[in-house]
Design a protein around this ligand. Structure first.
Ligand SMILES: Cc1cc2nc3c(=O)[nH]c(=O)nc-3n(C[C@H](O)[C@H](O)[C@H](O)COP(=O)(O)O)c2cc1C
Length: 144
């Protein structure tokens, strides 16, 4: 059974709602899924999972959240542990139309990961946003 880790940060709950739907979608597709708030997950744990679903909203000026998520992601890239790993990225945005995801996707590909798909939602996910998040979860489960 594919083991998937969902690792997210969320300040006001929007990306958290997406993360919960990603979990549901991945479980529905048969994966063994664990969900972590980013501060509860360490880069050393990456090797224990076949695939990763990484979630963070657009913060700063089209950046990852600087206190926890950026240090985590930078360390993950530096560790080399993303190389060859199936990864999906998701998160919520407010006014920038998703520019942070473009940068994040590029960084993920440059780290050698197999970027399977991305999904972004404006502010709080509506029904469509929840469905899209579930599909993303199914996609990472299927890619492992
Ligand atoms: C400090 C701060 C910086 C933000 N910067 C951006 C940004 O650069 N671009 C954007 O589209 N939204 C930006 N947002 C809006 C958030 O991405 C948006 O509110 C999102 O839904 C928050 O997701 P969360 O509920 O998971 O924290 C920012 C929000 C905050 C609080």
């Amino acid at each position: 059974m594919a083991k998937v880790a969902v690792v997210y940060w969320s300040g006001t709950g929007n990306t958290q709602k997406m993360a919960e739907a990603v979990v549901e979608g991945a479980k529905g597709a048969g994966a063994d899924v664990e969900c972590f708030e980013v501060d509860s997950f360490s880069v050393d744990q990456i090797d224990g999972f076949d695939g990763l679903a990484l979630g963070c909203p657009s913060m700063g000026a089209e950046e990852l959240e600087e206190g926890s998520y950026e240090p985590f992601f930078a360390a993950a890239v530096d560790s080399g542990k993303l190389s060859g790993k199936p990864v999906v990225l998701f998160g919520s945005w407010g006014w920038g139309a998703g520019a942070w995801m473009e940068t994040w996707s590029e960084r993920t590909k440059e780290a050698g990961a197999n970027l399977v798909d991305t999904f972004i939602v404006e502010n709080e996910p509506d029904d469509e946003g929840i469905e899209g998040s579930k599909k993303l979860g199914a996609a990472i489960a299927g890619a492992c």
